[in-house]
Design a protein around this ligand. Structure first.
Ligand code: PMP
Length: 444
C-alpha cells in the first residue's frame, strides 16, 4: 500500500519507472505516449541526453547556494538567456520553483510596486471567472475556478472576477468575434470604475487558457483592449503563461501573438521541461526600477529560489529548443495536430469545439454538439476519456467543472516539441478510440 497522500486517494496509479523521447514506461513494461507532457510540462520529452548532461555537469560543480548569500553563474546565464530571447519589454527575471510560486510572487511584486511608488490605496486584484493560477492561498483567491476554491473560501483574500473570453460559450448569436472580445474586455473597465480606479493593483489572465478549459485563445483584439484599459487606469497587466508559455503555442511567449507586452509574466512548466522544478516571473524595467529606486528590497523569497540545478535544467532545455529550431516544429506539427483533430472530430456528435495554438490544443466534449449541451457533471466524461486513453497507452489531460454554471468536459493535448508527424497520427487515432469508448455515440 502506498504511504503517499496522492491527489486522488482511491485511484490506482501505474508506477512510472522510465521515460524516453515522447514515451513513459510503467513497472509492467507498458508504454504511454505523453501527448499532454503531463500537464504541459515535458516539452523536450523524457531522458533528453543534453539536458541530463547539463544537470550532471552542474551537480558536479555546485548543487545549492542560498540566494541571500550568493548569486550563481548558471542562474545569471539563465536570466540573460530569457531576456535575450524575449521581445522588448522584458528586462529582469525573478526565479522560483514552480507556477504557483511564480504567480504568488507576481501578485506581491505588483502590490509592492505601488507601495514603492506611494500608491498605497491600490489593493484590488481582478481576474476572470474561467481561470486557475495555482493552488496556494493567494493565487487560489485570484483564480476563478469555484470547484478548487469552494471549501477554502474562508481563507481566501477578497478578489474580483469578470467574464472570461470564451467565444464558444460566451459569444451571442449575431455578435462578431471582435465585438464579443471588446464587450468582455470592457467588463474590466466597468470593474475598475466600480472598485475605484486608484485602488486596483492588477488584472490577471492566462494568455491562452489551459488549466480550466483546454487551450482557449482569446478572440482577436481582446488583449489589445485589455492592455488599453490597464494603461488608462495605471493598472498592471499580469499574464499567467505557466502553461501556455515557453514556446508551447509557437512563439516563446503566447502574448507575442496578441501584439501586447504585459508588465509581469509568470512562466514555469515548459521552462525546465520537468527536468527540475522551476518557474520565473519576467518583468519590465519599470517594475524593477520601482524597487531599485525605492526600498531596494522585494519583500519576498523562498529557500530554493534560483536553485542552480533548476537553472541548469532550464538553460539546457531552452538551449536545445533554440539550437534545434524546435519552435518551428511546434508551429508545423501544431498545424498538423489541428488538421488531424478536425478530420477525426469535425463531425463527431460529442465534440463541440476544437481549438488552440501550436502544440497546445483542446477539444470540448458535449452531449449534443448542435445544442452545445454539456453532459451531466456526475458522468465525469473527461475522466472517462483519460481512463480509456491510459488503457490505450496515451496520456491526455482531462478537465471538468463548471464555468458560469455550465459543465465543461475538456481534453487538453500538449505533446512534446520533438513529436513527429507519425506520432501525431497515432495520438489522434488513440484519442478518437478513447473518446468513442468513453461515450457511446449519440447517447447523452
Ligand atoms: N497557472 C497555470 C495557468 C497553471 O496551469 C498552473 C498549473 N497547472 C499553475 C498556475 C500552478 O503551477 P504549479 O502547479 O507549478 O504550482
Amino acid at each position: 500500500m502506498s504511504k503517499i497522500l496522492h491527489r486522488s486517494i482511491h485511484a490506482e496509479l501505474p508506477v512510472a519507472v522510465g521515460g524516453r523521447g515522447i514515451e513513459l514506461f510503467d513497472a509492467d513494461g507498458k508504454a504511454y505516449i505523453d501527448a499532454s507532457c503531463g500537464a504541459a510540462v515535458s516539452c523536450l520529452g523524457h531522458g533528453h541526453p543534453e539536458v541530463l548532461a547539463a544537470l550532471h555537469a552542474q551537480l558536479d560543480k555546485l548543487a545549492y547556494a542560498h540566494t541571500g548569500f550568493f548569486t550563481t553563474e548558471i542562474a545569471e546565464r539563465l536570466a540573460d538567456r530569457l531576456i535575450a530571447d524575449s521581445p522588448d519589454g522584458i528586462d529582469y527575471v525573478y526565479l522560483v520553483t514552480g507556477g504557483s510560486q511564480a504567480m504568488e510572487a507576481a501578485l506581491k511584486m505588483a502590490r509592492q510596486y505601488f507601495v514603492e511608488k506611494g500608491e498605497i490605496a491600490r489593493r484590488h486584484i481582478i481576474a476572470r471567472r474561467q481561470s486557475y493560477h495555482g493552488n496556494t492561498l493567494g493565487v487560489l483567491a485570484a483564480g476563478g475556478n469555484e470547484w478548487r476554491r469552494a471549501q477554502f473560501r474562508p481563507l481566501l483574500i477578497e478578489t474580483h472576477h469578470i467574464a472570461p473570453c470564451y467565444a464558444y460559450r460566451g459569444r451571442s448569436a449575431g455578435e462578431s468575434e471582435y465585438g464579443y472580445g471588446e464587450r468582455v474586455a470592457n467588463e474590466l473597465e466597468a470593474k475598475i470604475l466600480e472598485l475605484g480606479p486608484g485602488e486596483v493593483i492588477a488584472f490577471v489572465a492566462e494568455t491562452v487558457v489551459g488549466a480550466t478549459a483546454g487551450a482557449v485563445p482569446a478572440v482577436a483584439g481582446y488583449f489589445k483592449r485589455i492592455r488599453e484599459i490597464c494603461d488608462r487606469f495605471g493598472v498592471l497587466l499580469i499574464l499567467d503563461e505557466v502553461m501556455c508559455g515557453m514556446g508551447r503555442t509557437g512563439t516563446l511567449h503566447a502574448y507575442e501573438q496578441e501584439g501586447i507586452v504585459p508588465d509581469l509574466v509568470a512562466i514555469a512548466k515548459g521552462l525546465g521541461g520537468g527536468y527540475q522544478p522551476v518557474g520565473a516571473v519576467l518583468m519590465g524595467r519599470h517594475i524593477y526600477d520601482a524597487f531599485a529606486t525605492g526600498s531596494g528590497f522585494f519583500q519576498h523569497g523562498h529557500t530554493y529560489m534560483g536553485h542552480p540545478l533548476a537553472a541548469a535544467a532550464a538553460l539546457a532545455v531552452q538551449d536545445v529548443i533554440r539550437e534545434q529550431g524546435l519552435l518551428e516544429n511546434v508551429v508545423k506539427l501544431g498545424e498538423l495536430l489541428n488538421c488531424r483533430l478536425r478530420e477525426r472530430f469535425h463531425k463527431h456528435y460529442h465534440v463541440g469545439d476544437i481549438r488552440g495554438r501550436g502544440l497546445f490544443r483542446g477539444i470540448e466534449i458535449v452531449a449534443d454538439r448542435g445544442e452545445k449541451s454539456p453532459f451531466a457533471p456526475a458522468r465525469k466524461v473527461h475522466a472517462a476519456v483519460k481512463r480509456e486513453a491510459m488503457a490505450r497507452g496515451l496520456m491526455v489531460y482531462p478537465m471538468g467543472g463548471t464555468i458560469d454554471g455550465v459543465q465543461g468536459d475538456h481534453i487538453l493535448l500538449a505533446p512534446p516539441f520533438i513529436v513527429s508527424a507519425g506520432q501525431i497520427d497515432n495520438i489522434v487515432e488513440r484519442l478518437g478510440d478513447a473518446v468513442d469508448a468513453a461515450i457511446a455515440p449519440g447517447v447523452a
